[in-house]
Design a protein around this ligand. Structure first.
Ligand SMILES: [Zn+2]
Length: 468
């Protein structure tokens, strides 16, 4: 009879364990011990096996293991919009394509879209994400929680139908009071539910369709519940220009004047900044979310003019977000590459963002942005056991001299093999374990037909070549 301590799970013989812990240790032939959903021991396999045993042991030869990734911005309700908003500028993207698409979504559409979003996120190693809100948030929560993925949910809030850029569908506009009321109700409904997998934030979707009263009211609700306020800001020259026209202030300066910028504010994009706004962000230190696929797909230019590397050097937390399927990619591994390489290219400087920094953005940066840095974001003793196992025997991972370089520059999320969240395996051999993976894909096919049936496809799909 062994005196070894009993663990719930041991993952051993990990070729390369990238911990992202305070010392940024990378451990060869590593093992992880999981007990009560948390990391109970981390070390070399031979050392771990001297003091632990478990009925459940996973051999991880040929693998690279990382912390679970945190995607700080993904519209789960847009997952069915891939290919519906190509070659569109900011104004057309929002007002001709995405807002009408969103306004027509039924609860059933949003449920399928959210299941599909969770599938793609988990498939690519994301273990926690932030949703900016839609009009059927309970369907999103139900779909996502079933898969075992962590999420932060919010209500979609717009209280102004008209901006310089266009008119929002009337069904998406609510009074300021209604927006505040439903946000407060969402906190009441979900706080403490789903065993710590679900958290809630306050959200207004963009500065150009929000009154000062809405922004201040939502910040008050977020503060009351010890949460954060999130919004899209400065993603293109148009949103910047619209804000200056309507409010006589650019977006960040308006938030500063309202007194809502602080470490509990999550600003998605923040690419188009005036000099005084750079200083405001450096002083107030909100978390910014860089989403390169979104900017590159529509040519918003925010990698070109953005200041994310400089703001990080000034101590501002910058995380990553994949934004939406309509820019094609929902893969945080590819976002890391696009961010690091995009900024190198824009600055004509290979030193501007090493792969280690991109990986920190997708782990620690995301965890800090969602207010969970004490629980997730790295493989450390006592943190919740969210981790990702990559199959490093496939061509894009070989030869393997530097696993961080291969992860950011060579791999895609498709090389993720297994994922665990709080010690529970939620993805096995690329398939979801807690829900029927193939049934979700079947529903995606049915739902896409339904969506196509109600859209003017010739108008929204840019198919330039004849289809016979
Ligand atoms: Zn977005």
């Amino acid at each position: 009879m062994s005196n070894n301590r009993q663990a719930d799970l041991i993952v051993r013989h990990i070729d390369w364990l990238i911990t992202v812990d305070p010392k940024r240790r990378i451990i060869r032939d590593a093992a992880l011990v999981i007990q009560d959903g948390k990391f109970a021991a981390i070390g070399k396999t031979d050392e771990i096996e001297r003091s632990w045993q478990s009925a459940k042991v996973v051999d991880a030869h040929g693998s690279v293991v990382t912390p679970g990734f945190v995607d700080n911005h993904l519209h789960a309700s847009f997952q069915m919009s891939r290919g519906l908003a190509d070659e569109a500028n900011a104004q057309s993207f929002l007002y001709d394509h995405m807002y009408p698409y969103e306004a027509a979504n039924t609860e059933e559409d949003v449920f399928v879209s959210s299941s599909f979003a969770a599938l793609e996120l988990l498939r690519h190693g994301v273990t926690c994400f932030v949703d900016p809100g839609n009009y059927h948030p309970d369907a999103t929560v139900k779909a996502v929680m079933a898969t075992g993925l962590r999420m932060n949910v919010a209500c979609s809030c717009f209280d102004q139908t008209k901006s310089v850029m266009g008119l929002l569908p009337a069904s998406m506009i609510e009074s300021t009071e209604k927006c505040l009321e439903k946000t407060e109700a969402m906190f009441e409904r979900y706080l403490g539910k789903h065993k710590g997998k679900l958290s809630v934030s306050a959200s207004f979707r963009g500065l150009n369709n929000a009154t000062d009263a809405l922004i201040l009211g939502l910040k008050g609700i977020a503060n009351k519940h010890n949460s954060f306020l999130q919004t899209h800001a400065c993603f293109s020259y148009s949103t910047h220009d619209s804000s200056v026209s309507q409010h006589k202030l650019p977006e960040i300066e308006r938030l500063e004047k309202l007194g809502v910028l602080d470490e509990n504010t999550l600003l998605v994009h923040s690419g188009w900044l005036e000099p005084q706004e750079v200083a405001m962000l450096a002083k107030r230190k909100p978390t910014l979310v860089c989403s390169p696929s979104s900017s590159m797909h529509n040519g918003y230019g925010y990698i070109n003019v953005g200041m994310h590397p400089e703001l990080m050097a000034l101590g501002v937390n910058v995380s990553l977000g994949s934004d939406h399927a309509c820019s094609g990619v929902v893969d945080i591994v590819q976002e890391m590459r696009m961010c690091a390489c995009g900024y190198k290219e824009a600055r004509i400087n290979p030193r501007v963002m090493p792969p280690e920094q991109a990986l920190e953005m997708a782990t620690l940066g995301g965890a800090k942005g969602v207010g969970m840095l004490d629980r997730i974001g790295s493989i450390e003793l006592g943190k919740e056991a969210d981790f990702v196992l990559f199959d490093a025997t496939v061509p894009e991972w070989q030869p393997l001299y530097n696993p961080v370089s291969n992860l950011v520059y060579g791999a895609t999320g498709n090389t993720v093999k297994h994922v665990w969240i709080a010690g529970e395996q939620v993805l096995r051999d690329g398939k979801l374990t807690k829900v029927d993976h193939d049934e979700i894909m079947r529903q995606v096919g049915i739902t896409s037909q339904r969506i196509a049936g109600r859209l003017d496809m010739k108008k929204v799909v840019k198919l330039l070549w004849p289809v016979e």
